[in-house]
Write a protein that binds this ligand. Structure first.
Ligand code: TXA
Ligand code: MG
Length: 294
């Protein structure tokens, strides 16, 4: 079943039910090396999936939960390997969306849920986005309206005695560092430490170029161009201005919808600005960069 969260819609299954989780992988056509995030109703429920709490875990939960922060913690053996792709850690978060919370409160198990898109594509931020891609493969979509945050959760993990950023997202890194101090950036290791780290991801079907839009528009003068900009209206076949008043959180909220709209339009290429790198801008730039990687 697809469920709304404050970040993006998720495709949810009982985290302790291997067969149910397998269906999620199948519906998404997701490779088995990409682990899922487990969603819990309450802070205390984390101990049903995680063995122990590295230093700072409580402070992080108190500061940002419920909300868009995923913590990668040492896993309990009760969590099936399929959820974590065989890793000895599990990604957990407590979502803030009222519909997700109401559902989790009704259930006596946590929900494993990746974003409700086919693997590698842009994440869904409305129930309609989910229906467009997965409508014929899943039975239910719980409609909780458009997602408030619009980009996925920030993922951090405890690795070798320090907190490490695996994926920028809905909680800006600066705010996390105010709570637990400096966070390291994940170095690419052998396999998908965090497949949110896969280079080509969040990608529309059409080519995406990120940079100075004025320059890019000249380079693509002979094609039908769709532009994604922060606040500037460019002269192009289509221009999706994410926040005319220059609010970076509003821009994040509109990013994936704009990428989808341009991907479904008659434009041949998508050009995007580089966003200011503060606050949610880091997550926006990360998603655009991955959308642009071929
Ligand atoms: O906001 C979100 O995080 C959304 C909503 C539905 O909660 N979920 C989401 O899930 O974005 P998904 O599957 O698209 O991304 C989950 C990512 C994986 O790609 C992986 O990078 C990371 O979470 N992850 C999960 N478990 C992990 C673990 N044990 N170690 C490292 N990374 C992990
Ligand atoms: Mg995803």
């Amino acid at each position: 079943m697809a469920i709304p969260t404050e970040t993006v819609y998720g495709l949810a299954a009982n985290a302790f039910d291997e067969a149910a989780v397998l269906k999620v992988f199948e519906a998404k056509q997701r490779p088995s090396f990409d682990p899922l995030i487990v969603h819990v109703a309450e802070r205390d429920d984390v101990l049903r999936v995680a063995r122990d709490f590295p230093p700072g875990t409580r402070e992080l939960m108190d500061a940002f939960w419920p909300g868009p922060l995923t913590l990668v913690l040492p896993k309990r053996s009760e969590v099936p390997d399929i959820v974590t792709s065989g890793l000895d850690t599990v990604g957990v978060r407590m979502p803030s969306h009222p519909v997700a919370r109401a559902l989790l409160n009704e259930l006596d198990f946590p929900l494993a849920a990746p974003s409700a898109n086919t693997f590698g594509y842009v994440s869904p931020t409305t129930a309609q986005h989910v229906a467009d891609q997965l409508g014929d493969r899943i039975q239910y979509i719980l409609d909780g309206g458009p997602c408030d945050v619009g980009v996925e959760s920030t993922i951090i993990g405890w690795d070798d005695g320090q907190w490490v950023l695996y994926r920028p997202g809905g909680i800006p890194l600066e705010r996390i560092e105010e709570v637990i101090g400096r966070i390291a950036t994940a170095q690419r290791k052998v396999l998908p430490v965090a497949p949110g780290m896969l280079e080509s991801h969040y990608a529309p079907r059409k080519p995406v170029y990120v940079g100075d839009v004025v320059v890019l528009l000249k380079e693509h003068a002979n094609t039908r161009v769709g532009v994604i900009s922060f606040r500037t209206q460019y002269d192009a076949r289509r221009c999706e201005v994410l926040s005319p008043k220059g609010d970076i959180a509003e821009a994040a909220r509109h990013l994936f919808g704009a990428l989808r709209a341009l991907d479904n339009s008659d434009c041949a290429v998508i050009l995007a600005e580089q966003f200011p790198h503060e606050g949610l801008g880091a997550a926006i730039n990360d998603r655009l960069r991955r959308a642009a990687t071929r």
